[in-house]
Design a protein around this ligand. Structure first.
Ligand SMILES: Cc1cc2nc3c(=O)[nH]c(=O)nc-3n(C[C@H](O)[C@H](O)[C@H](O)COP(=O)(O)OP(=O)(O)OC[C@H]3O[C@@H](n4cnc5c(N)ncnc54)[C@H](O)[C@@H]3O)c2cc1C
Length: 547
């Protein structure tokens, strides 16, 4: 066995990826194992918001909101291509539980907690002005609206850029690799047993400590690795579903915060990647985290809630382009309804050198990672004083270090990304829409895509006429962005699964051929991977099946 890793991590979602990056930046020897694709778990199933969470303010979680709005600002600076300001409109109607004035005060608190360094201060629009701003809103009883700002992101890519940076700093990050066991010697972690999910090959990897960052799989992993002690589950997962529609169903300039008339929950209508997303639901879930999908009730709830707010839209299940469903890895606590369960995270440090991190939000991943790595270092120092004798850990500077796509921007801001997009269009002869898209997804790494297109002009073609996605992105996904199969490409790198009119089925064979040429599959392997992707698509359509 090679020299042991200081930290081995189970789970390549945003939490594990953030931990791998933080630890690698501190000079630790790190290994990250993800049983599927990086970000394939909850971290590609979120509402894709980097936000303070207005709702948590109402629940009195001031600390969580403060942390979140501070992190929102950090993320806007370290990844301005991926974390972009988004205006939200919250309409207030006669008889609403919280009126316009009280909501205005709430938003002052929200802006104050951000120390007024928000993407934009909130505004109150009274009466008809709200309807002028968003004409699709229901007019009856509209007293006004509050306009405020949060940020939108591409969650799966945020994970990927953390992994890419962790790798650049020396971390060994392996996707499609499952952790199946842990060996202890003298009561301490000595190695982990891993299995390559494609070949089935198993191996032993020496490590001084193990961090379990398995999101909703935490209890399953704890059980498998012999970590469960109390018999009581660590998590109380809740299911959240989103449905994607064509932007023409509900043309919006801003995201709209909707209070569901069915149960009074907050949900959103969000413009995302040229489509309109409705989400989310929040219901207790006790099944397997490997089998989570939107069912007919989830989609009916989303459509019905939105139809009362946007009477002209006519949301219905047959207009749904795609769905995604994920589990919130919430810490188990007694709460009346699923939406009341806290989003705070917890880190458990065991005597044997296993740490578990659970709960939290996409927005606060950097802080969670920092705390987890510090806890691991403390444990390592307390239990092996020689370990850092000849290499003092350094500070990782994750508050200011740009993620890979932000390296080389002339300043860390959204404006700089727009300037970069204009430059890219000129330099590479791209349509403005394509240059904007590439800059928003890959940031300055788009230059590498341009070089690919210059070498092979066929790759400069659009994959589909109504979206600015280019074939070069498929090649890039495999060559640079760690995609291993068709599902990795079309579900997360170029997510036609979510936004394509045919969910990418119309280009799946061509995509498979491009992947095959790069990874050397046999035709049987290619066909197997195509079948796997078709199954992924079918899973997003399960809500159409009769119960
Ligand atoms: C519907 C919904 C909406 C949300 N919206 C937002 C939002 O807008 N903003 C926000 O800040 N937060 C949001 N969240 C919360 C946020 O998405 C999660 O807190 C976060 O993604 C959790 O990341 P994670 O890395 O802990 O878990 P995951 O992303 O689930 O990662 C855990 C990983 O562990 C892997 N794994 C499991 N077992 C093993 C094993 N044995 N070996 C190797 N790998 C293993 C899994 O494959 C998985 O990829 C939302 C959550 C949901 C469900």
């Amino acid at each position: 066995m090679n020299e042991p890793y200081d930290i081995a991590i189970v789970g390549g979602g945003i939490t594990g990826a953030g931990i791998a990056r933080d630890a690698a930046l501190r000079g630790l020897r790190v290994a990250l194992f993800e049983k599927s694709d990086f970000g394939a778990g909850t971290s590609s199933k979120s509402s894709k918001l980097i936000h303070g969470g207005l709702r948590y303010l109402e629940q009195g979680e001031i600390g969580l909101v403060f942390e979140s709005v501070s992190e929102r600002r950090v993320q806007c600076q370290v990844a301005p291509h991926l974390v972009r300001p988004l205006a939200f409109l919250m309409p207030i109607y006669e008889g609403d539980r919280v009126g316009l004035e009280l909501m205005n005060i709430g938003l002052w608190i929200y802006d104050t907690l951000a120390l007024f360094r928000t993407p934009g201060l909130h505004k109150t629009h009274r009466g008809g002005k709200a309807h002028e701003l968003e004409p699709e809103l229901k007019r009856d009883g509209l007293r006004g609206a509050i306009e405020y700002y949060d940020c939108t992101t591409d969650d799966a890519r945020l994970v990927l850029e953390n992994v890419l940076d962790a790798r650049a700093c020396g971390a060994d990050c392996r996707s499609h690799t499952e952790v199946i066991g842990v060996e202890r010697k003298r009561g301490r972690v000595a190695s982990v047993r891993i299995r390559d999910c494609d070949s089935g090959r198993e191996a032993e990897v020496a490590a001084h400590s193990l961090v379990v960052a398995a999101g909703p799989w935490t209890d399953q992993v704890a059980e498998r690795l012999g970590l469960a002690t109390s018999g009581r589950p660590i998590l109380r997962p809740t299911k959240g579903v989103h449905a994607v529609f064509g932007a023409e169903v509900l043309p919006l300039e801003r995201a709209i915060t909707v209070i569901s008339p069915i149960d009074g929950r907050v949900m959103f209508a969000i413009p995302w990647r040229d489509r309109l997303v409705l989400g989310t639901t929040d219901t207790d879930f006790d099944g397997s985290p490997d089998e989570v999908w939107a069912d007919a009730d989830d989609v009916a709830y989303l459509c019905e809630s939105a139809n009362r707010e946007f009477p002209r839209a006519g949301f219905s299940p047959d207009k749904v382009l795609s769905t995604w469903a994920g589990l919130r890895p919430l810490i188990h606590e007694e709460a009346e309804t699923a939406s009341d369960v806290s989003r705070e995270h917890q880190i458990y440090v065991r005597d044997d050198g296993v740490l578990l991190i659970a709960g939290g939000k996409l927005t606060t991943y950097r802080l969670m990672a920092k705390q987890a790595v510090k806890a691991a270092i403390r444990w390592l120092k307390d239990n092996d004083s020689d370990l850092f004798e000849d290499r003092a850990p350094v500070r990782p500077h994750t508050r200011t270090r740009p993620l890979p796509g932000a390296v080389g921007l002339d300043e860390p801001s959204a404006a700089a990304v727009r300037r970069f997009a204009a430059q890219l269009a000129g330099e590479c002869g791209l349509e403005a829409a394509c240059a904007d898209h590439l800059a928003d997804v890959y940031g300055t790494r788009s230059r590498e895509l341009c070089r690919m297109m210059q070498a092979n002009p066929d790759l400069a073609e659009r994959m589909q006429p109504d979206l600015p996605y280019l074939w070069a992105e498929v090649a890039f996904a495999v060559e640079r962005d760690l995609a291993r199969n068709v599902d990795d490409v079309l579900s997360r790198r170029v997510p036609l699964l979510l936004v394509g009119r045919d969910q990418g089925l119309d280009v799946a064979e061509q995509t498979a051929a491009l992947v095959q040429a790069r990874v050397g599959w046999t035709n049987e392997q290619r066909d197997r991977e195509l079948a796997r992707y078709r199954q992924t698509v079918a899973d997003t359509r399960r809500f159409r099946m009769k119960p």
